[in-house]
Write a protein that binds this ligand. Structure first.
Ligand code: SF4
Length: 346
């Protein structure tokens, strides 16, 4: 018998302590065809005065009750296109002193055509650390078909500018958006690998009620990706990104009750993230096993993979059996590495 060791291909998801503040559609030039922020966030369109007032009274006390330091994050709109005085008023909230000093960082989400040098300077002045860019795709045809109003080059340059100015960069992509081909999505992943962001979010495009996309879908002008195609593409993407040390911190929208009841079509599953992780691990293992010099006797894997290894409701069990991986051969341990034990090897 002989042992072979390998680093785990998937990055263990880190639990970030984000205190989200949703400001639906604040600063947005127009509503994008696929966007339904009020359903996604479970909040009404932003009334900035009210949001600020509520935060001023509750933020300090709220944070003090939390065990870990919080990162205050402005999501759901285009932060850097809000009037400057509103950006400053919200960024000031980061300075809200609270007895437990439980606020330590600021983050915001915005569009790639809204991160000029002067806009970044303002964010830096207030100590904001992380910028999430709603890139969606670097493919100009897809961006045009989705009416995003910028080109792939603008998107790529914006990512570079954010990183060069010392911010943490989080890239958000939308596989399956109108006009996007599988090849274009694969190219998007190659560009992300080149840009080396601190993290990526993958939100497969869904058709949500009362959006422009819903009308396109009803008229037959838009066809979303199937769930099978989405899982297959995102698993391959996740594996590439993780192997390059880039974490994927979200796959699919969070299952808000109001959102799920309004999904008309598209690759939706409440456990999409786990399914994709399991498939990515399977892809990596099947390639690895093919390169072993003898048949597998036992395999040790990090314990955090225990909940996903066999797939959603054990759906990958038959596929693993074909690779001669049965339950009795799999052991989960505390080490962050994978150990393959093979027999008949001298
Ligand atoms: S996708 Fe982003 S920019 Fe477009 S409407 Fe929604 S929040 Fe605004």
């Amino acid at each position: 018998m002989q042992d072979f060791y390998s680093l785990t291909p998937l990055l263990k998801p880190e639990s970030k302590h984000i205190y989200p503040i949703f400001i639906p559609f604040a600063g947005c030039k127009k509503r994008c065809a696929f966007c339904a922020q009020t359903l996604q966030t479970g909040q009404q369109e932003a009334e900035l005065e009210q949001i600020e007032k509520r935060l001023k009274t509750s933020l300090g006390a709220d944070c003090a009750t939390r065990q870990k330091k919080q990162e205050l994050a402005f999501f759901g709109g285009t932060f850097t296109l809000m009037p400057e005085y509103w950006q400053k008023r919200f960024l000031e909230l980061g300075k809200v002193s609270n007895a437990a000093h439980q606020l330590h960082q600021l983050r915001c989400s915005t569009r790639p055509d809204a991160v000029s040098h002067s806009k970044l300077s303002l964010l830096r002045e207030y100590g904001l650390k992380t910028i999430e860019l709603g890139i969606q795709s670097y493919d100009s045809c897809s961006l045009q078909a989705s009416g995003r109003g910028y080109t792939g080059q603008t998107a790529f340059e914006a990512c570079s500018r954010v990183s060069e100015n010392g911010f943490n960069l989080v890239i958000q992509l939308m596989p399956g958006m109108p006009g996007q081909t599988i090849e274009a999505f694969r190219k998007d992943i190659e560009l992300v690998l080149e840009l080396k962001p601190q993290a990526v979010r993958l939100y497969p495009c869904l058709v949500i009620a009362e959006t422009e996309l819903a009308k396109l879908w009803q008229s037959g002008s838009y066809q979303p990706w199937s769930i099978e195609q989405t899982i297959s593409e995102l698993a391959a993407a996740l594996l590439k990104l993780n192997l390059a040390g880039i974490p994927v911190i979200r796959q699919g929208l969070a299952p808000e009750a109001e959102l799920t009841s309004n999904i008309l079509a598209g690759p939706w599953h409440p456990a999409l993230g786990n399914i994709i992780q399991a498939k990515a691990l399977y892809l990596w293992l099947s390639a690895k096993l093919g390169n072993l010099p003898a048949s597998i006797v036992q395999i040790h894997l990090p314990r955090w993979l225990q909940g996903i290894f066999w797939g959603h409701k054990g759906e990958l069990k038959p596929a693993y059996e074909e690779l001669l991986i049965t339950r009795d051969k799999v052991i989960f341990w505390e080490w962050p590495i994978v150990k393959f034990t093979v027999s008949g090897y001298n």
